[in-house]
Design a protein around this ligand. Structure first.
Ligand code: H79
Length: 685
């Protein structure tokens, strides 16, 4: 058949179009597929060991009588490079035994080890041909990472490297710390440092077998750019195509919450540090890294150890939100783990022996806040297995899984899986009859197999401004389904007899609100609850002769927390419009105290915030409202107080040790969205 030219042309265009759109679609799909394939072992693993080890293990956190240092010691104690380098001839961890370390991780149920190939101090734990600042320049002269790689391979543990971009040793790294006055930056060229770092990474990626993850850090300095991040990501991937790379390679990380910002940023997973997100994050891979005490590197004086119970519950909490847990060890200078860490690893290991099925390969909970613990889930050939991590064992022998519509097929305890537990339905809930006492008071896991995938009806949202209020508060109960919400105000379980919600509630006394969804005569959801507390208001005062501004006093000293300024000599004083520290004389090692009155526009509960680097406190009428003391980067804390309209005394204290600095004082109140306290409401006598 002869086609008309125009028809033939049309068909060719159509065909091409179809082919092209197929191939783009295919490409997207195959990228997603290959990403999924690459992430598979990591998502299955859920639990890994972080190891922070280097020269800093020798001072073990102590310098000139100060005991709060660790892997940051060179900077926090401001140790000159020559002095720090004197640790090199002292580094001789003769008790280091790679097999022992790996087997402790494995026995604890960990599937991977992420160790510092190089931390911020620049020291390499392996034999680097491109640097003398490595383990071969110490008396130990053994390639620690080679030995670990071999031990990991034998034990089927994935080896991963933490590699700091920030480097306080390499002459070409910029910027210098601002206290390093005698270390000139003349002639330093950052691109040469990047080449050096790449040479080190090439060694790590070609001589140590398959590496699971490259975990970058120290990317926040201004010298590191998004373009550098993209290039480094691709560079690493060019040696090992399946390697996983964290989001700190690029500039997209948001604070210590660690998740990647919107935008075109590189990084295969988010890195919350020392924290766990409030909720699961569907579709996002993340790993919370955390210390067992308060330091990453070994600190001999730090005895603020988290309990084994806390760590086990954190592991469940993280898994229930779809994340991984990277739990840190800071080995000692002799090459052994601190005994406290060993004890905790053992406790976690005994729990994992019974319960690891509730962690490995599971995905996030379909439920929100459950009063008794957490849930993880795993697909079965037909249906789903829910793992109920019970932190608080029911006293009446009935474990309620609320708001689930699926039928329960069978239930049991992971500690005795052959004994079946009875499942009944009560309205919205599957009720499992459990033994009187918990088989594991820390965290006993009950499994429940259900038909299909979980269909969960979440309880209504309770929406309000502040859980503390002065006169009265308006509360909204919300749900996206067209169902009846019933509520109680006395803390009891809402039933069919409870009032149905129709419009905003006006509450004028302390109450506990419980809310639940109903369809006709059946409860469909679990219960959401909220306490609302009526608070006493502080009376205002009537100071005379007020003028705009705050009185300030300036002090100098080297502190790790706020000193008692009353006992110190004032170096300078005067009036400022607001909380400003520009009148300082020195750039670091100083403190400020601000005194005055704040004019409160109307009766109500007010929340105050200080964001500061380093510590600060805020007092209203001489009562501490915000405690943000201590040595830290820009960190925000807040506190609440109820104030009557009029003038109230305000006092803010602030100190800066070294490095970055900043102080922002904000508030939020009735009809005032959160913002910086404006100078118009600040007065002095
Ligand atoms: O490797 C660990 C930390 O050393 C590193 N990330 C984890 C995994 C890290 N680098 N920077 N930070 C964490 C945040 C910065 C904290 C600081 Fe400080 C506050 C630096 C100076 C003040 C903490 C407290 C470190 C020294 C004192």
């Amino acid at each position: 058949m002869r086609l008309k030219r125009s028809t033939a042309y049309f068909l060719v265009v159509m065909l091409l179009g179809t082919l092209m759109s197929c191939s783009v679609q295919d490409q997207i799909e195959s990228t997603v597929q290959s990403e999924d394939a690459r992430m598979e072992w990591w998502r299955e693993a859920r639990f890994g060991m972080f190891i922070h080890w280097g020269l800093y293990a020798i001072p073990a956190g102590e310098w000139n009588g100060q005991t709060n240092h660790a892997e940051w010691i060179r900077t926090t104690a401001e140790i000159p490079l020559d002095t720090y380098d004197e640790f090199l001839p002292e580094f001789n961890p003769v008790k280091f035994d790679a097999d022992a370390w790996v087997s402790m991780a494995k026995e604890a149920g960990m599937k991977y080890i992420t160790i510092t190939s190089k931390h911020h101090d620049g020291f390499a734990l392996y034999d680097s041909k491109v640097s003398d600042y490595d383990v071969m320049s110490t008396p130990f002269q053994r390639d620690i990472l080679k030995e670990l790689a071999e031990a990991c391979r034998k034990a089927d543990i994935k080896l991963c490297f933490y590699h700091s971009i920030m480097d306080w040793h390499h002459p070409d790294y910029l910027p210098r710390r601002n206290w390093e006055k005698e270390r000139s930056a003349e002639g330093a060229e950052f691109p040469r440092f990047v080449d050096y770092m790449k040479s080190q990474l090439k060694e790590l990626l070609t001589e140590y077998g398959d590496i699971g993850v490259l975990w970058f850090d120290g990317e926040w300095e201004d010298t590191w750019t998004h373009e550098d991040g993209v290039e480094l990501y691709d560079y690493v991937r060019s040696f090992q195509s399946d390697i996983i790379i964290n989001n700190r390679v690029d500039k997209g990380r948001q604070g210590m919450q660690g998740l990647t910002a919107e935008g075109d940023f590189k990084g295969d997973f988010g890195t919350p540090e020392q924290e766990i997100p409030d909720m699961g994050l569907p579709g996002i891979d993340w790993e919370s890294c955390m210390t067992m005490n308060d330091h990453w590197g070994y600190n001999k004086n730090d005895d603020n150890w988290k309990s084994a119970k806390d760590l086990i519950q954190k592991l469940s909490d993280i898994a229930s939100k779809g994340g991984n847990f990277l739990l840190n060890i800071g080995p000692k200078a002799d090459g052994t783990f601190p005994q406290e860490s060993i004890d905790r690893l053992k406790a976690i290991g005994s729990w994992m022996k019974v319960n690891s099925g509730s962690i490995y390969g599971t995905s996030a909970s379909p439920f929100e806040h459950l009063s008794w613990g957490r849930v993880t889930q795993k697909a079965l050939p037909s249906g789903t297995r829910l793992y109920l991590h019970v932190f608080d064992w029911p006293t009446d022998g009935k474990l309620r899984l609320s708001g689930i519509r699926n039928n329960g097929l069978r239930a049991g305890l992971l500690s005795s899986p052959s004994t079946m537990l009875e499942i009944e339905r009560d309205n919205d809930a599957l009720v499992i009859t459990v033994p009187e006492t918990s088989p594991d008071p820390i965290n006993a896991v009950v499994f429940v197999d259900i038909e299909g995938t979980p269909e969960v009806v979440l309880p209504p949202q309770i929406i309000f401004e502040e859980e503390h209020f002065v006169d009265e508060i308006s509360v909204e109960l919300r749900h996206d389904k067209d169902l009846t919400i019933r509520y109680t105000l006395d803390g009891s379980l809402p039933t069919l007899e409870s009032p149905a919600y129709s419009e905003k509630l006006s509450i004028d006394r302390s109450v506990t609100i419980n809310a639940r969804l109903f369809e006709n005569s059946l409860a469909l959801s679990g219960v959401s609850g909220q306490q609302l507390t009526k608070v006493e208001m502080q009376k205002s005062s009537s100071p005379r002769n007020l003028k705009q501004g705050l009185a300030y006093r300036y002090y100098e000293g080297d502190w790790n927390q706020l000193p008692n300024f009353k006992t110190l000599k004032t170096k300078k004083q005067g009036t400022l419009p607001d909380f400003d520290f520009s009148p300082r004389i020195e750039d670091e090692h100083f403190g400020f105290e601000y005194n005055g009155y704040i004019n409160i526009p109307e009766n109500g509960a007010y929340r105050f915030y200080t964001s500061s680097d380093d510590g600060s406190q805020l007092f209203i009428n001489d009562q501490l409202v915000v405690d943000n003391d201590g040595l830290h980067g820009m960190v925000e804390e807040n506190g609440l107080t109820a104030l009557s309209k009029g003038y109230h005394k305000i006092r803010v204290t602030f100190f800066e040790k070294s490095g970055g600095d900043g102080l922002i004082v904000s508030w939020k109140g009735p009809n005032i969205p959160k913002n910086e306290v404006p100078s118009e409401v600040l007065f002095k006598q």
